[in-house]
Design a binder for this molecule. Structure first.
Ligand SMILES: CC(C)(COP(=O)(O)OP(=O)(O)OC[C@H]1O[C@@H](n2cnc3c(N)ncnc32)[C@H](O)[C@@H]1OP(=O)(O)O)[C@@H](O)C(=O)NCCC(=O)NCCS
Length: 143
């Protein structure tokens, strides 16, 4: 079953201006070291950050919280599989929220997809709950 969906559109030029103005204060407040390493190693630094910003906003919407004051942006972090496919990891308050919205007997999966076409970066997030396999205990064989 679907537990939540979220989307966000982020202006890459706005991220570029924020990077120029606030530098590491912005980077370190919003992005994990892994996200920063990915973005700083790219030709399109601002576009890579903008996709990850959009992913965090979209994830907060799918979690049903939005980005309230005091929450940590770094508790929603994007990494990439070898294929390039993005993956969302949640920790801290976001992991707690995910746990509280997941029905008993289910595991939650966060799906994320990103795209950019200057000046826009876009993310969609879908949170799905899958039923956990029912444990089948070995039946004792009468002797
Ligand atoms: C996946 C692909 C269609 C992306 O298209 P694009 O026009 O370059 O880029 P878009 O702006 O639309 O999307 C980029 C985002 O797609 C996502 N993406 C990349 N590869 C993906 C994949 N295999 N599956 C799902 N999403 C993928 C990433 O999130 C990427 O942004 P990020 O690298 O900053 O995380 C394109 O890269 C492709 O066809 N790749 C073929 C597979 C390949 O070359 N793999 C190389 C590693 S083995």
């Amino acid at each position: 079953m679907i537990l939540g969906i979220g989307t966000d559109l982020c202006n890459i030029d706005r991220i570029e201006a924020t990077l120029a103005r606030f530098g590491d204060r912005f980077r370190n407040r919003v992005f994990t070291p892994r996200e920063q390493a990915k973005a700083e190693g790219r030709r399109d630094v601002a576009g890579t950050y903008a996709k990850r910003w959009a992913a965090k906003e979209a994830c907060s919407k799918a979690l049903g919280t939005g980005l309230r004051m005091g929450i940590s942006w770094k508790d929603m972090a994007v990494s990439n599989l070898r294929s390039g496919q993005p993956v969302m990891h949640v920790t801290g308050w976001a992991a707690e929220r995910l746990k509280s919205m997941t029905p008993a007997g289910h595991a939650a999966i966060i799906h994320v997809t990103l795209t950019d076409d200057h000046p826009w970066a876009q993310a969609f997030v879908v949170i799905e709950a899958l039923p956990l396999p029912v444990l089948t205990l070995p039946v004792p064989v009468p002797t």
